[in-house]
Design a protein around this ligand. Structure first.
Ligand SMILES: Cc1ncc(COP(=O)(O)O)c(C=O)c1O
Length: 374
């Protein structure tokens, strides 16, 4: 089989083209409105996104990292968390999940994931709980919903807050509830490559807790509740009107896009047959959109060889991520000599195959065919 063009890992232009001409028109409308921050687009998106997720509140922010940081900061300001409290975090995650905890003077406690879900299990979480544990970051990694009632019951029984890091899984569900509505508060990212991607940085917090929402909103607005009076030494993190307008065009299509991602993932899962490639666990077929397949990650000991081989045929694969948070130079002081063998193995062997709603059937067949011939 041959293909004229190369297959990019993520062709954002093709993904966003689908929303034309509405996208260009909505940007033009904002340009001509003269209102670029704190206007009707952001307010509209906050309302629509809260309704989509199923929470009372949504606060639009500059990015997902700020969303996580501001949640922790708000709990500190409210006296619900204290500096040096321990926060359980999956060891296998993106750097920002750790960063938000460390930047707020809290102590991340990394927990090894389970294969092949790449997520945490109740037993692993139970072992990591200490009297100082006050919160947990539940990362719906690669798009797979990580929630389970048993985990939540364990956390509740120990007075531990459940904070969802929903950066990779916007639209994923646990039964009839969406990620972002399952715990005490959730952080979302609309980084352009995310399933609901803006055209620049953007993020949001969702929660049902009124006081937390008010505090987060103030903290994102320099610490101000009423104009020019500052209750907290906050920060500045706003979703801008252009990003909000873009997200409002795309949000109504998110479920359809995620369903298409599930179809592609199923093809990979049923048609890739190679003894050296370990595939991820399929999504539960009885559970609608349990997984949003933000990333389709396989484990392969000789990943560089597979990557180079695919590249020869014009197929771009990617690594998410090459080095785990506990081994990053920035966190050297936090985890001296810490060994997390499973997480380290995942980072050594993980390879993400192209998976997005712009991928054609022909491209998909081409990728699968070449992988099987590796
Ligand atoms: C798991 C996870 N957490 C947090 C973030 C941070 O989001 P942002 O890039 O919008 O700051 C990202 C993505 O970038 C992520 O993948």
């Amino acid at each position: 089989m041959t293909l004229k063009n190369s297959i990019e890992f993520l062709d954002l232009k093709a993904i966003n083209n689908r929303f034309e001409p509405q996208l260009s028109q909505t940007i033009l409308d904002v340009v001509q409105s003269g209102r670029y921050l704190k206007g009707e687009q952001t307010a509209g998106f906050e309302k629509e996104f809260a309704a989509y997720i199923g929470t009372r509140h949504c606060i639009g922010l500059g990015n997902g990292t700020n969303a996580l940081e501001i949640i922790f900061r708000a709990y500190l300001e409210l006296g619900i968390l204290k500096k040096n409290d321990e926060v359980l975090v999956p060891a296998n995650t993106f750097f920002a999940s750790f960063l938000a905890v460390i930047n707020q003077g809290l102590v991340p406690v990394p927990i090894e994931p389970n294969l092949p879900t790449f997520l945490l299990k109740t037993t692993g979480i139970a072992k990591a709980i200490s009297p100082r544990t006050k919160a947990m970051v539940m990362v719906h990694l690669y798009g797979r919903n990580a929630y389970h009632e048993n985990i939540h019951a364990l956390l509740k029984a120990n007075g531990i807050l459940l904070i969802e890091d929903n950066a990779q899984a916007v639209g994923s569900r646990y039964l009839d509830k969406k990620s972002g509505s399952l715990g005490d508060a959730a952080a979302h990212s609309f980084y352009p490559a995310k399933n609901l991607g803006a055209m620049g940085d953007a993020g949001a917090i969702t929660t049902d807790q009124d006081q937390l929402a008010e505090t987060c909103r103030a903290l994102a607005n320099y610490g101000s509740i009423t104009s020019y009076e500052y209750q907290y030494a906050g920060t500045n993190s706003k979703m801008d009107e252009i990003q909000a307008a873009i997200l409002r065009v795309k949000l109504p299509y998110l479920d359809e896009d995620n369903a298409r991602r599930n179809q592609i993932a199923l093809k990979y899962l049923t048609q890739i047959k190679h003894p050296k490639i370990q595939l991820p666990l399929p999504a539960n077929p009885l559970q609608t959109l349990q997984h949003t397949w933000h990333l389709f990650t396989v484990l392969v000991a000789d990943r560089q060889n597979l990557m180079n081989y695919l590249k020869k045929f014009g197929v771009e694969a990617a690594i998410h991520y090459p080095t785990p948070p506990h081994q990053q130079p920035a966190f050297k002081a936090s985890f001296p000599g810490k060994a997390l063998p499973l997480t380290e193995r995942i980072h050594r062997e993980t390879l993400s195959l192209p998976l997005n709603q712009a991928l054609t059937e022909k491209e998909l067949a081409f990728i699968i065919d070449h992988i099987n011939h590796w």
